[in-house]
Design a protein around this ligand. Structure first.
Ligand SMILES: C[S@@+](CC[C@H](N)C(=O)[O-])C[C@H]1O[C@@H](n2cnc3c(N)ncnc32)[C@H](O)[C@@H]1O
Length: 295
């Protein structure tokens, strides 16, 4: 039977009952005493009368290595961070035709899961994130890579870089955490910082796909009658992503929409109006019914 409007949500997204018994069951099953920071974050997120800012959420998550890995893409350990980071770096290098002399921006790199694996293949890698503590973790994981630099940014979209310095820019698993206003401002700023012929990749949850829609419904239920944390998931549509890219002066080369992810690939035209050539996009979408990192 359909739940009545305003009725309290009784089950969490992970399938546990939202009762004292359910909490204890979850604590035991997930061995949360081994992950006290995560456990505390879940609990305090629900009861804290003063919600955290975006920066506080990610700084807190970066407080221990396991929790940081979990928050960036659900990785349980460093080995998984490296495995999934390598896969995504390879996908981006192939799809965006990233070359060894390129200067590449990673917006919202977190612990540099992707950046650590991308940097050895390019001239310069720049990570820009709202969380200084995530950047500290990224710097630690990339200390063997002298071509990596880090920028702490406000999160309102503004970027502290001159015009036309990046050949490529990507924002992976970032736009779905931020409001449309900041997503738009970030795309506009990236467009400014891309060289002519430069390419942007950005992804977010896809409202138009069945898997994406089911996830949307699950989250609507999950937060019914409760306060959403500042980094809660957001969704978009192809038309919206294309509009933002094109209003920022970019040309949409592709907007993949057949998976739970919307994946925008947009370019700044060269001075003569021509467009850069893309590589093979076929590995970019995650398999149906899944997202990348469950494999
Ligand atoms: C889910 S993590 C993804 C990290 C990384 N891209 C990856 O795939 O492993 C999201 C990251 O985006 C950062 N972030 C949140 N809002 C941001 C904003 N407005 N601009 C840039 N980074 C932001 C967070 O601090 C966090 O490091």
């Amino acid at each position: 039977m359909e739940r009545r409007r305003g009725e309290k949500q009784l089950r969490s997204l992970n399938g546990y009952e939202r009762t004292a018994r359910g909490l204890i069951e979850r604590f035991m099953t997930e061995e949360l005493w081994r992950r006290p920071r995560y456990a505390w974050h879940r609990f305090w997120g629900d009861v804290n009368p003063f919600p955290r800012t975006m920066r506080q959420v990610w700084d807190f998550a970066a407080g221990d290595a396991d929790y940081a890995a979990h928050m960036v893409n659900g990785s349980p350990d460093e080995a998984t961070l490296q495995r999934t980071g390598t896969k995504m770096a390879e996908r981006l290098i192939t799809a965006l035709a990233i070359e060894p002399d390129h200067c590449v921006l990673d917006l919202g790199p977190g612990v540099a899961r992707v950046g650590r694996e991308m940097a050895p293949h390019i001239r310069r890698w720049v990570g820009a994130d709202v969380s200084r503590k995530m950047l500290d973790r990224a710097a630690e994981r990339m200390r063997h890579l002298p071509n990596a630099t880090f920028a702490h940014i406000s999160g309102d979209g503004d970027l502290p870089f001159p015009d036309e310095i990046f050949d490529r820019a990507y924002a992976h698993l970032v736009f779905f955490h931020i409001d449309k206003q900041e997503m738009w401002a970030s795309i506009r700023e990236i467009a400014r910082c891309l060289k002519p012929g430069g390419i942007l990749y950005g992804d977010t949850w896809n409202l138009q796909n069945e898997d994406g829609w089911q996830r949307w419904l699950a989250e609507v239920e999950h937060y019914r009658g409760r306060r959403r944390p500042v980094h809660h998931n957001r969704w978009s549509t192809e038309a919206e992503m294309r509009t933002f890219a094109e209003r920022a002066g970019l040309v949409t080369l592709a907007c993949l929409h057949d998976s739970c992810w919307l994946q925008l690939i947009a370019a700044r035209p060269f001075a003569d109006g021509s467009l850069p050539t893309l590589g093979d996009l076929s590995t970019l979408p995650p398999p149906a019914g899944s997202w990348y990192y469950n494999d």
